[in-house]
Design a protein around this ligand. Structure first.
Ligand code: HEM
Length: 299
């Protein structure tokens, strides 16, 4: 599972928008564990453990515009994996052919299946930006059904500090977002399970009595979400994409600066954030491991 390594830690800890301009040719990823992730989506969607896909009434046009844009991008940038032919997107490795204009297909479902990314469509209803369609197979401990039709603020209600610090700038950013100016950001978590699908109930898992500073390097995983936002010209919808990147914590062994920053971020995080990010069960082992790395470097 070799994948680009991201280490987006701010030390001391700070929750920020962290939006960066996205080059149009770097929108969607089709490398690293692409094949494994698309296969896992197909496995989950064949017998979904919870609701993973929905389209609210009226959201099909936006979802279809997003699907067309994604298919054009994937075929243009990743021609080794995707072909566009006669209005259909082909994925030879999965022996699939998706007719993009087939009205019998749910556009957001197809959008989620063709990409490594999970996809969330946001549309303004005159009052707020709401989640109107989505395909999410790889949530990081949240439940899509609870976010269906919700506005940005309500979606983020469980996130400590979001309402005070981010709700206004995020909404302002959405209101003024330009079609030709996509953006991206990174969000990190530490988890004790490398599974792609992490349901909300994982927050309540009991501590692992065998976890220690000695084995945290292989038992704890750094899970980074690479998120993008793109606005579409015709429907005026905004697509939020989430790609999951995972590495055992031991990948930081050769990156002492990143390891030290992560340790400081974990130490300086407000208590409410620690608890939201399910840190208490793993914090001692993680810090013991990271501090041990620093010691080796110094020695
Ligand atoms: C500029 C845009 C956005 C920013 C700055 C932002 C920021 C954040 C932050 C800081 C968190 C907490 C993550 C953590 O520390 O582990 C979060 C969680 C989350 N965000 Fe966003 N977000 C943005 C857009 C969106 C959009 C468009 C959606 C649409 C679905 C979304 C869905 C979520 C969900 C579902 C969670 C988890 C909430 C939970 O635990 O119930 N975000 N976001």
């Amino acid at each position: 599972m070799d994948d680009a390594l991201y280490t987006p830690f701010e030390a001391p800890y700070r929750m920020s928008m962290g939006l960066m301009a996205l080059r149009a040719d770097e929108w969607l990823e089709a490398d690293g564990p692409w094949r494994e992730e698309l296969a896992e989506k197909r496995r989950l969607l064949a017998d979904p453990p919870e609701e993973m896909v929905f389209t609210l009434p009226g959201a099909d046009a936006g979802a279809r515009e997003a699907l067309h844009a994604m298919a054009t991008h994937l075929a243009g940038q990743h021609g080794e994996r995707y072909h566009l032919a006669g209005g259909a997107l082909e994925l030879p490795e999965f022996e699939e052919r998706w007719d993009l204009d087939d009205p019998a297909l749910e556009a957001i479902d197809v959008a989620g299946r063709i990409a490594r990314e999970d996809v969330c469509l946001m549309e303004h209803d005159g009052t707020a930006w709401r989640l109107t369609a989505a395909s999410v197979c790889f949530p990081t401990r949240w439940r899509l059904a609870e976010k269906k039709g919700q506005a940005l603020d309500a979606i983020h209600a469980p996130v400590p500090g979001f309402e005070d610090k981010l709700a206004r700038p995020v909404t302002r950013f959405f209101d003024h977002m330009k079609v030709a100016r996509p953006v991206w950001r990174l969000n990190w978590s530490l988890v004790d399970d490398p599974a792609l699908y992490l349901p909300k109930r994982h927050r309540k898992r009991p501590p692992d009595p065998d976890l220690s500073a000695e084995n945290a390097g292989s038992r704890i995983w750094l899970r980074v979400e690479r998120q993008t936002l793109t606005r579409f010209a015709v429907s005026d919808a905004i697509l939020f994409t989430i790609a999951i990147h995972r590495w055992p914590l031991a990948r930081l062994a050769r990156l002492p600066d990143a390891a030290a920053k992560l340790a400081e971020a974990a130490r300086t995080m407000p208590e409410a954030t620690k608890s939201y990010k399910a840190m208490p069960n793993i914090q001692a082992a993680v810090l013991g491991y990271l501090d041990g790395l620093g010691g080796e470097e110094a020695g």
